[in-house]
Design a protein around this ligand. Structure first.
Ligand code: FES
Length: 118
């Protein structure tokens, strides 16, 4: 099993083959997913602070989508395209862009997470 820690939102224990987005959903961490996880938006944008080497390689499609994302960094990944390939510990920060998207998709959560993120 791999452990995925979401900064500020707890951790998920998931088997190899799970994406970061699915791991977030398992613990109801507020990661957006406007396109439903098919690499067509950038709302699942996260920063991988630790364990990036345990994840699947970035494909061209992911790079193309990340080109349109906000505040892209060297550690940026799309949660839906980052599949865990080996056991270990992964630390992830959900981007503001992703928190906002999550709130848009979940009206009951509006303002809850983006305020916290500052
Ligand atoms: S959920 Fe749309 S690209 Fe990941």
């Amino acid at each position: 099993m791999a452990i995925v820690r979401f900064k500020g939102y707890g951790q998920a224990e998931v088997p190899v083959g799970t994406s970061i987005l699915v791991a977030a959903q398992k613990i109801e961490a507020p990661e957006g997913y406007a396109c439903g996880g098919v690499c067509a938006c950038s709302t699942c944008h996260v920063y991988v602070h630790k364990g990036a080497e345990l994840l699947s390689e970035k494909e061209d499609e992911e790079e193309d989508i990340l080109d349109k994302a906000f505040d892209v960094r060297a550690s940026s990944r799309l949660g839906c395209q980052s599949v865990i390939e080996r056991d270990g510990e992964i630390e992830v920060e959900i981007t503001r862009e992703s928190l906002e998207a999550y709130e848009n998709e979940h009206p009951e959560a509006r303002g809850k997470y983006t305020k916290r993120a500052g």
